[in-house]
Design a protein around this ligand. Structure first.
Ligand SMILES: Nc1ncnc2c1ncn2[C@@H]1O[C@H](COP(=O)(O)OP(=O)(O)OP(=O)(O)O)[C@@H](O)[C@H]1O
Length: 341
């Protein structure tokens, strides 16, 4: 792992044992068991991560989703040894990460808290060359890897620019590229598209997918960007209030909800009726489209009929109904809604 002084805080103890050097769990890249972390606050203690267990198969991409404060960052930092968990076991490529942090760090690299893994006084190329050359990588291989990344991430024309002088979005791109330049087989990315414009996000999504396939990487990423999750991830873990509320294949998650997205254009939806609809369908998106109002919901059959009967009861006329497949964001909102019931 290649944290610089800004991000490091690693424990120094590194007890190696013969039994741990034999990697027993070949198929599992990351295994977390009973992870718990409480922070002491002035009044109450906050349980940021509450008995969380999951595993990430090798060569898969797992997305971690959840609202602000759900415990995503604390989970990732605990795995990386940047936060000391109260309880729990963490294995990375079969290595007990808590007992052997240095050995674990040979397998992983991470981009945390937006673009802080780079050396801001070095140029883009110097950063990528540095990270590609770590761990004694053959110079020809390192050279090929970082040159390829400069091209893939459209960074060629910025190669001689000092990172400090880049825009925030550019820094973010260099940061992701630096992590991918290293030899690590397991990569953690915390909000990789944060601060990127639409075009850069699309480039990152496309190139990340390619690189993951080419290099057989295992990736664990947190994101609020549902398009990234849907495009890149095989599996998604959803956290809320420190707990896992779903851990499913992306496709299965969409199927599990067997819902349709309905976009219904209506007339006669006054403010009182609107409030009633919002109370009964808390995840409905209601917005004005010209002189009409569009009500969008992701619901099953029962939900749809219930909405129709609300419209009928309050004399709201339906102008048009369009249907589609719900995206991850809708599924996520439904899950959170369901959990609050
Ligand atoms: N160092 C800390 N001291 C006290 N409380 C903390 C600390 N770090 C996190 N917390 C609290 O733990 C909970 C989980 O925070 P965490 O940052 O892990 O959530 P998150 O899911 O990553 O949120 P976000 O999407 O906003 O980054 C929150 O209630 C947060 O306020």
């Amino acid at each position: 792992m290649t944290f610089n002084s800004e991000t490091s805080g690693l424990q120094e103890s590194d007890s190696r044992s013969a039994s741990e050097s034999s990697v027993a769990t070949k198929e599992v890249a990351l295994k977390v068991e009973g992870l718990t972390k409480q922070f002491d606050a002035a009044e109450d203690a906050v349980t940021a991560v509450d008995d969380v267990s999951f595993s990430v198969p090798r060569n898969s991409v797992v997305g971690l989703l959840g609202p602000n404060g759900a415990g995503k960052t604390t989970t990732i930092k605990s795995i990386l040894g940047l936060v000391k968990p109260d309880e729990g076991d963490i294995e990375i490529n079969g290595v007990d990460a808590r007992a052997n942090p240095h050995r674990m760090h040979e397998h992983v690299d991470a981009m945390l808290e937006g673009a802080r893994n780079d050396y801001w006084r070095l140029t883009v190329e110097e950063n990528l060359r540095y990270f590609a050359g770590l761990s004694g990588t053959d110079p020809t291989v390192a050279n090929e890897r970082y040159t390829d990344l400069l091209e893939k991430f459209d960074l060629d024309d910025k190669r001689d620019v000092v990172v400090r002088n880049l825009s925030r979005g550019m820094k973010q791109k260099v940061s992701v590229a630096s992590v991918l330049a290293s030899e690590s087989s397991i990569v953690f990315l915390d909000e990789p598209t944060l601060g990127l414009d639409v075009e850069s996000t699309a480039v990152l999504r496309r190139e990340l997918t390619k690189i993951i396939d080419e290099r057989d990487l295992t990736v664990f990423l947190s994101s609020h960007d549902m398009d990234v999750i849907e495009a890149v991830c095989d599996r998604v873990i959803i956290m809320e209030d420190g707990r896992i509320i779903a851990n499913e294949q992306v496709d299965a998650l969409l199927e599990m909800f067997d819902r349709q997205r309905f976009e219904i254009e209506v007339e006669g939806l006054d403010n009182d009726v609107r409030s009633t609809i919002e109370r009964s369908f808390p995840t409905a998106e209601i917005e004005s489209v010209g002189d009409r109002i569009q009500v969008a919901v992701s619901v099953g059959d029962d939900g749809f009929y219930s909405l129709m009967s609300h419209f009928q009861q309050y004399s709201v006329s339906i102008v048009d109904i369009a249907t589609g497949t719900p995206d991850m964001e809708n599924v996520f909102l439904e899950l959170i809604g369901r959990d609050d019931d």
